[in-house]
Structure formats: structure tokens, C-alpha cells
Design a protein around this ligand. Structure first.
Ligand code: GLP
Length: 240
């Protein structure tokens, strides 16, 4: 694993966007795995800037999001569908049919949706560059501690701490979804290259353990040690 430490969140965002932009210029039709959360917001802003100012072309790029809440309508502002649309897709020239996000809408046939998602990734030739954040308990995408390293896209129950972290985006605790659809650890490890982003002091412990502790299913992010092409971009605070 290569580790790059940047002074702050702004520089982390710039480095991440530059790495992604370079990859798109080399391979305009690449498939990206995309995260949500606070950490990648600056990265998306930088990519939008590169589209506007440098003509970075997304017209052939394919994207697969890592996860989505279950039981939340796609149109709700807290859904990852809304996040991606308003923070990124609305501002670049990506084709809507080239973007995919697990569908966690109420009433969805979850088994069929999880199978569809894995097949869609496979049919696209796999994910070339997957960008992933980290939860304070070491989760990646929504793979909570205890997730099998053989796991693929599936429904998961969110850990109490993950629900507590999401609370700020919802009107009340009762509104926070208790479960989600997430790609699995195996799905993540099958990506050709992985970019791990971590920002802020609250992530320092999880990052240190993910990078240095023995690989264990009790710490999902430690699975990244098993991959041969991972770049971790941390800001000073997340390095601890
Ligand atoms: C959620 C997302 C993860 C993300 C994590 C950290 O759990 N499902 O993909 O990595 O939050 O989010 P943040 O960057 O806001 O700390």
C-alpha cells in the first residue's frame, strides 16, 4: 500500500481528483467505484472544476456507487442517489445510463437487485479504480465489522455507531435507515486499483489499525492490505 499524507482536506481532495483525472485521460472509458459521505465532497468539487476548466471528459466513464440506504426513496435528499446527482453528476458530462447505484427504494426485490448489481459490474468488465472512505469503526462502503472477506453485494444491518453518524442528515433518529445495500469486501478487492481516502482526527485510529493491524474480518478496512494496488491518501489529522 502506498500512503500519501497531505496537509489538510483541501489538498487531499486535490490529490485524489488529480489521480482520478489522470486515470480518465489514460482510459476514457474506465469504470469508477464511487463513495459518498463528507470525505469525498471536495474531491467531487475538484473533478467538477477539472471538467469545467480543463475539459475533463466523462462522456465514456462508467460509475458504480458502493452503497445505498435500504428503504429510502431515491428522491429523498439523504439518499445516495440524490447525493451523487446533486454533488457530482449534474455538473459533469456523464451519461446517466453509465451511472449505477444500488436501488434501495422501499418495496424493492433486494435479492434481485443485489444480483443485478454484481452482474452489472461484471458486465462492465469490473471496476478499474474504486475510491473508498472509512468509517470510525473501520467499515468500508457499508461493510461493518464481521463482514466476510468473501462477501458480495448484499443487504446489511448498520452498526449503532454508523446509524449515530448518519443521524445528522435526518430529521430524527427514527428516520435513519437501519440497513443498506452495499457491495461486498470481495467486490471491493476485485477492483483493479483502490484509492482510500481518510480525513480528520476521528478517523486516525481506524486508519492506523487498517494499515498496521493484522488482517481481520473484525476490521473490514484491513482487507485492503490484501490488495496489491492500494493508494491511501490521508490528511495530517487522519494520520494521527
Ligand atoms: C458511510 C458510507 C461510507 C463512508 C462513511 C464515512 O458509512 N456508507 O461509504 O466511507 O460513511 O463517511 P464520512 O466520509 O462522512 O466520514
Amino acid at each position: 500500500m502506498r500512503v500519501l499524507v497531505t496537509p489538510d482536506h483541501r489538498t487531499l481532495s486535490e490529490e485524489a481528483a488529480e489521480l482520478i483525472a489522470r486515470s480518465i485521460r489514460i482510459r476514457p472509458g474506465l469504470a469508477l467505484g464511487l463513495p459518498t459521505g463528507n470525505t469525498p465532497l471536495g474531491m467531487y468539487q475538484e473533478l467538477v472544476k477539472k471538467h469545467r476548466n480543463e475539459g475533463l471528459d466523462f462522456s465514456a466513464v462508467r460509475t458504480f456507487n458502493l452503497d445505498e440506504y435500504l428503504g429510502l426513496a431515491r428522491t429523498r435528499p439523504q439518499s445516495y442517489h440524490s447525493y451523487m446527482q446533486t454533488r457530482f453528476f449534474d455538473h459533469i458530462n456523464i451519461r446517466r445510463e453509465n451511472t449505477d447505484i444500488p436501488d434501495g427504494s422501499p418495496g424493492i426485490d433486494v435479492k434481485a437487485e443485489c444480483d443485478r448489481y454484481e452482474n452489472a459490474i461484471r458486465d462492465a468488465g469490473g471496476i478499474d479504480l474504486l475510491i473508498v472512505g472509512i468509517g470510525t469503526n473501520g467499515h468500508i462502503a457499508f461493510n461493518e465489522p464481521g463482514s466476510s472477506f468473501e462477501s458480495r453485494t448484499r443487504v446489511v444491518s448498520l452498526a449503532p455507531g454508523t446509524i449515530a453518524s448518519a443521524r445528522k442528515y435526518f430529521a430524527s433518529e427514527a428516520e435513519v435507515p437501519q440497513s443498506a445495500i452495499t457491495i461486498g469486501i470481495r467486490t471491493i478487492l476485485e477492483a483493479r486499483r483502490i484509492l482510500l481516502l481518510a480525513s480528520g482526527q476521528t478517523k486516525a485510529k481506524a486508519v492506523e489499525r487498517a494499515l498496521r493491524d493484522p488482517v481481520s474480518e473484525s476490521l473490514p478496512a484491513s482487507a485492503l492490505q490484501l490488495h496489491s494496488d492500494v493508494i491511501a491518501i490521508l490528511d495530517e489529522a487522519a494520520r494521527g
